[in-house]
Design a protein around this ligand. Structure first.
Ligand code: PLP
Length: 474
């Protein structure tokens, strides 16, 4: 499989190089040159497969030519292992829980950090290690996090022999559970940095480090944010998994997806293009609704950031939206480059009417504010006794308002465990104590390791250079 850039200028790469590249050299994002398509008979024959075996069948075409079937199978078996020594705490890996008639939550929060990002980052870490050991190369990962991504990335990479990971979070501005999920992982290749600044400061320093890598003395810098193609790829699998549980592909299924950077729902869009019958894809956003404004009014205009009860969806722009623009414009890199240059200059983007009509045919959308989020948590708790996290609650609200057919199963992606967001649950008036799952039961007692650094690029880069080789200088 070859991958091409959404801006048309960077060289085509194979899977291994795309995994290590992150952003393309022309500023675009990598996408498969040709999307694999499965027949209905093929998909039907996968019913009842364990998660890791389904994952092998869905993802195999994407990695073809870069990794042997035997190695890929082994990695997937480890990634999606369950049981006492496994990675995922539920035997079904991604179980469905029924909320109402023909309405289900796909629980994607049984991984080590209790959010769906584990599905992709557990795989990404293992794939990185596989290729780096083969190449005899070491890399440094730098990332910024306001919460979920950092812990999932560290969990995914903690066992990697050839990776040192540096994750910056804004000092004193992430919740205690979220901080501890990062800082209690103590490997010598794990480096948590609390920056005396905000999330944007952290992200700017990551960007600046990618732009000028001299301080790394030749060590490669790798991105693990949602622009990395391997993350999207891993997320395609659970759309197939859910649909097969609910009678697919003979029956079509609808999905409602709590959305920020457009990575998760883009995976659903790809699943549909690969042959999975999906009748509806709903983009569910919080008040940071740039995607809803595009879908409902052809206005992809940058706004200020609004902090909400669903912080993992607090974004100003959606980085993976560019991948959709590429398809909407007949895969013309020149068109996408023109649109993105305009967006960079003006903060505004609109597409031609017929392209926008096509986007509306592909997606429905809704923006849900904090009050509606709390009301939905309360409503679902009253009717089922289930406690939803605020992100999943936004998905449920959007599913209920945008649903086109009661006869078609509606699946809401359950993106996080409610215990990660106790404030929202409390505000919703749910009077049930939430407990940390067994594997995190002593999280609040574990020792932490974290370095507080000034909000200064040079200081951060000096720190990375001094510790980037399993705690020793590069
Ligand atoms: C990251 C995240 C999202 C948003 O996913 P995108 O792929 O960025 O659209 C939603 N909910 C939770 C809990 C997340 O961590």
């Amino acid at each position: 499989m070859r991958y091409i850039s959404t801006r048309g200028q960077a060289p085509a790469l194979n899977f291994e190089d795309v995994l290590l590249a992150g952003l393309a050299s022309d500023g675009g994002l990598y996408v498969p040159e040709n999307l694999p398509r499965f027949t209905q008979e093929e998909i039907a024959s996968w019913a009842g497969l364990p998660y890791h075996e389904l994952a092998f069948r869905v993802m195999r075409p994407f990695v073809a030519g870069s990794i042997s079937d035997a190695d890929f199978k082994k990695i997937l078996e480890e990634t999606y292992a369950t049981g006492p020594d496994g990675v995922f705490a539920h035997a079904a890996v991604a179980p469905l829980r029924q909320l109402d008639s023909n309405e289900w939550v796909l629980e994607l929060f049984h991984g080590p950090t209790l959010a769906f990002k584990d599905f992709a980052l557990q795989l990404l870490g293992r794939l990185l290690d596989h290729f780096l050991v083969k190449r005899g190369e070491r890399v440094v990962i730098m990332g910024a996090t306001s919460g979920d991504t950092g812990s999932a990335a560290i969990e995914g990479c903690k066992a990697c022999e050839n990776v040192d990971i540096f994750i910056m979070h804004p000092h004193n501005r992430v919740s205690e559970v979220q901080r501890r999920q990062m800082t209690t992982l103590l490997g010598e290749n794990i480096h948590n940095i609390a920056i005396e600044g905000n999330f944007d400061d952290c992200q700017e320093m990551v960007k600046a480090s990618f732009a000028d890598q001299g301080f790394l003395k030749g060590t490669r810098l790798v991105a693990v944010n949602s622009i990395n193609w391997a993350r999207i790829m891993a997320q395609i699998v659970y759309y197939f998994h859910a649909a097969l549980q609910l009678g697919g592909p003979a029956r079509s299924v609808a999905f409602s997806v709590p959305t920020g950077n457009f990575g998760d729902i883009f995976a659903g869009y790809l699943a549909r293009n690969m042959g999975l019958p999906v009748s509806q894809l709903i983009v569910a956003t919080n008040r940071n609704d740039i995607l809803h404004r595009f879908m409902s009014g052809n206005r992809y205009d940058k706004d200020t950031l609004h902090p909400t009860l669903s912080p993992s969806m607090d974004i100003m722009v959606s980085s993976n939206f560019e991948r959709l623009l590429f398809d909407l414009h007949g895969r013309s890199g020149a068109e996408v480059a023109r649109l993105m240059d305009g967006f960079k200059a003006s903060g505004k983007l609109a597409v031609e009417d017929e392209r926008w009509t096509e986007a509306r045919r592909l997606f429905d959308s809704l923006a849900v504010d904090d009050a509606q989020t709390c009301a939905t948590i309360a409503e679902v708790f009253a009717s089922t006794g289930e406690v939803l996290d605020p992100h999943t609650a936004i998905g449920v609200r959007a599913a209920r308002e945008c649903r086109r057919s009661l006869a078609i199963p509606m699946v809401i992606l359950g993106t996080a465990h409610p215990v990660k967001f106790p404030d929202a649950v409390l505000q919703a008036g749910v009077g049930r104590e939430l407990e940390l799952p067994a594997h995190l039961g002593d999280l609040l007692q574990r020792p932490e390791r974290c370095t507080v650094l000034a909000n200064d690029l040079q200081t951060v880069q000096d720190f990375v250079a001094a510790h980037g080789n399993r705690g020793k200088p590069l």
